[in-house]
Design a protein around this ligand. Structure first.
Ligand code: GNR
Ligand code: NI
Length: 173
């Protein structure tokens, strides 16, 4: 197993649109295991393949307190969304050090395949509902900062670009 590099906003690769997983094979199962290890190591509640520069419709989540309830979601399809919406403060492993309010469906139902190719249905509420929507946005190339005001998004972008440049310099010397 390996810990994968997580892309940081505003990396343009975060805007790529993922393609469906064509076949759930050994390559996909290795990617799933590495994504789970990467998510737990980074202390995130979710991770989309896009964030590790793999552009296939695959995400992992674990919203449990004990961090022992991994969910593997391949080729998710939205089958129902609530009329109710909720506003919540979101963070993202690709936008380190920041958070912002985003409106999401309060409840969302999806169908998907797991790493064995079995079809499952998930009826998500609370943090899991928010997380599913956040991760599915990644798969269509969308980062939550796009929902923030241009002013706030601009400040985040400038700071993260500055930090990336400083990290490059530190690595040179
Ligand atoms: O770890 C994460 N926490 C989080 C908190 C509120 C709303 C969404 C999230 S997802 C995020 C991990 C991540 O970046 N997934 O793409
Ligand atoms: Ni994210």
């Amino acid at each position: 197993m390996s810990i994968l590099n997580i892309l940081t906003y505003p990396d343009p690769r975060l805007n790529k649109v993922a393609k469906p997983v064509a076949q759930i094979d050994a390559r996909i199962r290795t990617l799933v295991a590495d994504m789970l290890e990467t998510m737990y190591d980074a202390k995130g509640v979710g991770l989309a393949a896009t964030q590790v520069d793999e552009h296939e419709r695959l995400l992992v989540m674990d919203v449990s307190e004990e961090r022992n309830e991994p969910l593997v979601v391949i080729n998710p399809r939205v089958v129902w969304t609530s009329d109710d919406v909720v506003l919540g403060d979101e963070g993202c492993l690709s936008v380190p050090g920041f958070s912002g309010d985003v409106e999401r469906y309060a409840e969302i139902h999806i169908e998907y395949e797991n790493e064995l190719g079995d079809t499952h249905k998930l009826e998500a509420t609370e943090l899991l509902a928010v997380c599913v929507q956040h991760e599915m946005d990644h798969l269509i190339g969308k980062v939550y900062v796009e929902y923030l005001s241009p002013l706030k998004r601009g400040r985040i972008k400038t700071k993260l670009i500055k930090e990336a440049k400083e990290a490059l310099k530190d690595n040179e010397s």
